[in-house]
Write a protein that binds this ligand. Sequence first.
Ligand SMILES: [Cu+2]
Length: 113
Amino acid sequence: MKYPLPLAVAAFLTAGIAGTAVAADHATHGGHAAKPAATAETPLIEGLVKKVDRAGGKVTVSHGPLPNGMPAMTMTFRVKEAAWMTRLKDGQKIRFAADQVDGAMTLVRIETL
Ligand SMILES: [Cu+2]
């Protein structure tokens, strides 16, 4: 009767350690799952075109708060596709996504309303 108890304790400890490892693994996975997917589509922001500078390839837009923390303001954007300039005119309401491209805030997606 000398062996059974130590074996039982050893088995218990092993199970306890394994259980802890499993729990930690689950916690790690839970942390990953809690993060928003990086591939989620950027929400579109409403904006009003104030001025279209076709020659300069720039559009002045009055916009609401941006997801990147920029507050509502009127500012100048570049556009990702030069062809988009033809769809824009003064007073045009748009919904857009903007991002930094080569250091300049750029309209990377536009829906005209
Ligand atoms: Cu702005």
